[in-house]
Design a protein. Structure first.
Length: 375
């Protein structure tokens, strides 16, 4: 695991949305098969996405993906961020092929001219890099998973149309085509890349779910799902404003004191994110809650009557800090003393306090931010 992409591909695998035991399928997705076959094909497809991400984590070079060594490139470097986008490439290639192709029996036929004329939108518009360099590697690897591509020469696109089939399960290919079309038409490429069952719930032009469901779907335990829903409800009931604020940690929601703050992406008071990309750190996996606490001194008296689990938020660790801390130019870190010990919490990339939360402690989280949010 010497390359950043090893970690990132594991993280992308972790993002694949688990399929619930019961979920709604809109009749529009049963044009080519009955609902039972669609459920079976989707379960197989969901597992396929996870398998490909997992295999990228093990052998990224086989997919022609960039190999950025951890020892040479730091967190948040361009190379680190590019490594986070690279595992998407096999699915971006399928997405581009399927959305410009047409169904012909159990095959999708893609006009070569139309495919070659695709101009990926700038990354900043969707947050996802949609270019697929080294596509010949990707074509070759996708064939290993059962996709058959006719019309290529040495796994490269020519002037001939491309015919795609999936002999093991023709329903799977047609379903994947429908999911790609819906994702493009509704701006939900991210849901396609994590194979979300939500895309099946409404017709091809409708999205009947929102950002809270998106975050809940990324949770792996019932306790985490419950926390997201309860915390969101509590903060909105207080009059805070919710905004989508994901990023390298996956889907995320931020909560602001004013609507103006939300629209300008000003400092938020609370933020929930799906996980941390440090996928091999058990403490970083799963739901993370950020608390905007700048003045710990104002919280000390309140902490005296808090459960031990809440007190540990402040004493469980002390950060080394960012490079700016060394020359005393860091403006975002928080320094404080508790029980005779001095602590430093870095706040440059997220809030100084980010924790694995518990629903029972929601009132304490809210009160601590109220006390310590202002310096």
């Amino acid at each position: 695991m010497k390359y950043w992409i090893n970690d990132w591909a594991k993280f992308r695998m972790d993002e694949v949305v688990r399929v619930p035991t019961d979920y709604k399928i809109h009749p529009g997705f049963t044009l080519y098969a009955d609902e039972t076959d669609i459920r079976g094909a989707f379960a197989q497809l969901n597992a396929l996405f996870a398998d490909i991400y997992s295999d990228i984590a093990e052998t990224p070079e086989a997919f022609g993906l960039p190999l950025r060594e951890k020892e040479k490139f730091r967190w948040f470097s361009k190379e680190w961020l590019d490594s986070g986008q690279a595992p998407y490439r096999p699915f971006i290639l399928l997405y581009n092929l399927l959305t410009c192709g047409d169904i012909c029996g159990n095959t999708v036929v893609v006009p070569a001219e139309k495919f070659k004329s695709i101009k990926p939108p700038p990354k900043h518009l969707s947050g996802i890099e949609q270019k697929t360099p080294n596509a010949h590697f990707l074509f070759g690897k996708l064939a290993d998973y059962g996709f058959v591509f006719e019309g290529l020469k040495n796994n490269k696109v020519t002037d001939a149309d491309i015919a795609i089939s999936y002999p093991d399960n023709g329903v799977l290919l047609l379903l994947l085509k429908q999911l790609a079309d819906k994702a493009r038409g509704t701006g939900k490429l991210g849901d396609f890349l994590c194979c979300s069952f939500r895309l099946l719930q409404d017709d091809m032009h409708t999205i009947g779910y929102g950002c809270v469901e998106d975050l809940v779907d990324k949770m792996h335990t019932a306790a985490e799902k419950d926390f997201v829903q309860k915390m969101d409800r509590a903060l909105l009931d207080m009059g805070l404003f919710r905004g989508v604020r994901g990023g390298y940690e996956g889907p995320g929601l931020a909560y602001y004191r004013t609507e103006k703050g939300m629209n300008t992406l000003a400092p938020y008071s609370f933020r929930m994110v799906a996980s941390s990309p440090d996928i091999f750190n058990p403490e970083a996996r799963g739901l993370q809650l950020g608390l905007r606490i700048r003045n710990v001194t104002n919280c000390l008296e309140y902490l005296e009557n808090c459960p031990e689990a809440v007190k540990r938020i402040f004493i469980e660790k002390s950060d080394v800090g960012c490079g700016k801390r060394q020359d005393d130019s860091c403006k975002h870190g928080v320094s404080y003393e508790m029980d005779g010990e001095t602590y430093w919490r870095c706040g440059c990339c997220h809030t100084a306090f980010h924790i694995k939360p518990e629903a029972a402690h929601i009132p304490h989280y809210i009160n601590l931010v109220a006390l310590g949010e202002k310096k």
